[in-house]
Design a protein around this ligand. Structure first.
Ligand SMILES: NC(=O)c1ccc[n+]([C@@H]2O[C@H](COP(=O)([O-])OP(=O)(O)OC[C@H]3O[C@@H](n4cnc5c(N)ncnc54)[C@H](OP(=O)(O)O)[C@@H]3O)[C@@H](O)[C@H]2O)c1
Length: 253
């Protein structure tokens, strides 16, 4: 695909972790970046940090779980800034949803953000991108999407939904000038993983993951998985027969 120049970007979930890091990374490369999230004070602190570095990050208060409001706000933003070139659906929530103690409120909040929120974010901008014959949509899935992880039914399934959604988009959008990238991170230090009370093999520093994500996006990669030490076994796990997978997953639980 031909080189694409990027002028504007929107990153959801930019008040902390990977989204915050990616927003700054893109701004440092000269993009005008809109940083979206619910915690406005965090977004303002990010904008101030960007300004001190001589680059531009603009806060956008947004709760992606409110799908209709998200569609409306992002359509407005797209038109106000003369067209978003890059949209990263990064906002996400984690948490345990164990089949033995099923908690619908938890399941619903994961679906509202990771599924409804991410697809509303992408759906808000795609028609205009297709019309302009230019743009790039990115979704942050997870290596947890490849198989149903024990104790994480809602999270694993939400990330599998996003990955499959993006795969169909990639096929649909071939030849339209609109790119699609799906990112499958392993464990990366962030507010989300700080809550985990289980071992996280090959846990990465946020900056290292952001560097891989940012450069992969600008290269126009269709898929990006990291770290390789975890990406490789989780890809292989996709083809592991269920009886073997079940034994391995129970051991890891
Ligand atoms: N860290 C990892 O190991 C890892 C691995 C695989 C995938 N991921 C994915 O990477 C993405 C970023 O996660 P992270 O690790 O950086 O965690 P994080 O530090 O907890 O960041 C999550 C971000 O999502 C935002 N968010 C949550 N609910 C939202 C909502 N309803 N509307 C708008 N924004 C919302 C949060 O901002 P507000 O609270 O201010 O709204 C926050 O900025 C997530 O999609 C996550 O599933 C992370």
């Amino acid at each position: 695909m031909a080189e694409m120049s990027y002028r504007t970007a929107l990153v959801t979930g930019a008040s902390s972790g990977l989204g915050r890091g990616l927003a700054l990374w893109l701004a440092r490369r000269g993009l005008r970046v809109f940083a979206a999230g619910r915690r406005v004070t965090h977004l303002q602190a990010l904008a101030a940090e960007a300004q001190a570095a001589g680059v531009t990050v603009e806060p956008v208060e947004l709760d992606v779980a409110r799908a209709d409001a998200t569609l409306e706000r992002l359509r407005e933003l797209d038109s106000e800034c003369g067209g978003l070139d890059l949209v990263v659906a990064n906002a996400g929530v984690g948490g345990v949803t164990n089949g033995r103690r099923m908690d619908w409120d938890k399941v619903r909040s994961i679906i509202d953000t990771n599924v409804t929120g991410a697809t509303a974010t992408l759906s808000a901008v795609l028609p205009q991108m297709v019309e302009r014959r230019r743009g790039h949509v990115v979704g942050i899935s997870s290596l947890a999407a490849h198989r149903g992880l024990a104790g994480h039914a809602a999270y694993s399934a939400s990330k599998a939904f996003l990955a499959t959604f993006l795969e169909s988009l990639r096929v649909d959008l071939a030849g339209t000038g609109v790119r699609v990238t799906t990112i499958f991170p392993g464990f990366v230090k962030s507010e989300m993983t700080a809550k985990n009370d289980f071992p996280m093999p090959f846990l990465m520093e946020t900056e290292a993951a952001v560097e891989l994500m940012g450069s992969g996006i600008l290269r126009g990669e269709t898929e990006l998985s990291f770290p390789w030490q975890l990406a490789l076994p989780s890809r292989l796990a996709k083809v592991l027969p269920n009886p073997l997978f079940d034994v391995a997953a129970r051991r890891l639980r």
